[in-house]
Design a protein around this ligand. Sequence first.
Ligand code: F3S
Length: 396
Amino acid sequence: MHLTPSEERILNGEQGYVLQKAMEILAALGDIYDVDRLIPVKSTQIAGVSYKNIGEAGLEWISGLSGKVKVPSVLNPAGLDRVRWRELSISEEFAAKQDEVIRAYESLGILPWCTCTPYEIRTDLAKPGDHLAWSESSAVAYANSVIGARTNREGGPSALAAALIGTTPNYGYHLDRNRLPSIAIRVEGRLSGADYGAFGYIAGAIAGSGVPIFSLESVPTNDERKALGAAMAASGAVALHYIAGTAPLPPTLPRPHLDQDTRDIVERITIEHAEIKEVYQTHQCDPDLIAIGCPHCSAAVLARLRDLLAGKTVTKEFWIFTSGIMRDRHPDLVAGIESSGAKVICDTCMVVSPLCERFRCMMVSSGKALAYVPQMCGSDAVLGSIEDCVRSAVAP
Ligand code: F3S
């Protein structure tokens, strides 16, 4: 990979040990992927935050770093709600370790917003055409597919290196040629709400690491596309998808004899509506926890929950995950939801927190949580719509 003279100087250690190590990470990626150069990034979103996942070795590594990030940078969800951890029975020891992790990141100038939906907090973090270095798979899918920005799915260290240097290697989804659709999937029947998570659960397994383009009978909202992208990144490794005829469109490359939406497509399949409905039935268990907010809830979903829960009282644990910033911005929605006995839990989630491991069966409204909860929490999981989740939470 070609480095500019100033990048060479960083690599040679002239700006200190930490930047040298960061540049070594970027240069190694550049060599592995046969990259021409580094390109500036607009923002970074950094994984490797939950103490449950990174443990003592991760904490030690982060604590040894110094300096300041060059671009706006935010964190992935942590292992606890930074405000309510005591009432949720998180141990003092875990909380102290988690606090050390977040403080270490903050000392580097990283914003301590622990969320997988940073685009809902600050829209200037990612605009169409921006190059990013984001880590969390659902955030990557949203940035690429809904916003039209460009990011690979970064590991924690490579996102942090990009934050410290302000650049990332120019490969993968940064390049037009890797952003062309590779599989066309037609969906029979109209979808809504959690159907998109169920559909993504199937489509991700089919598409693998390809770039699907969907023909749909219904027009998904941004929340529904968020659910679709999250599920496909969990059941497969899809980081970019298109909806036929909807912006952002695939890039135009100079091969005019082919139709833009269909060039390079190697496979065409149809998913029937019944297959999507089957995902609700495939996993069955009697939930002792209802959990919504994978990815973190938007204000629109919080408002929907507030309305569905109005005048009701929950009879089992009902946890709703969002970012701490969203909680602070919408205290009325949070108060409305919590008047039912449900809890709005922030800066963490049902997968990265040790909180959920004590439950046998979780009802979730997310295809991603359906895929990850059994692996990461050791609980069974069952999929329901938001309405099903509320019904189950208030059932006598
Ligand atoms: Fe976000 Fe946690 Fe789901 S990081 S996408 S809420 S697994």
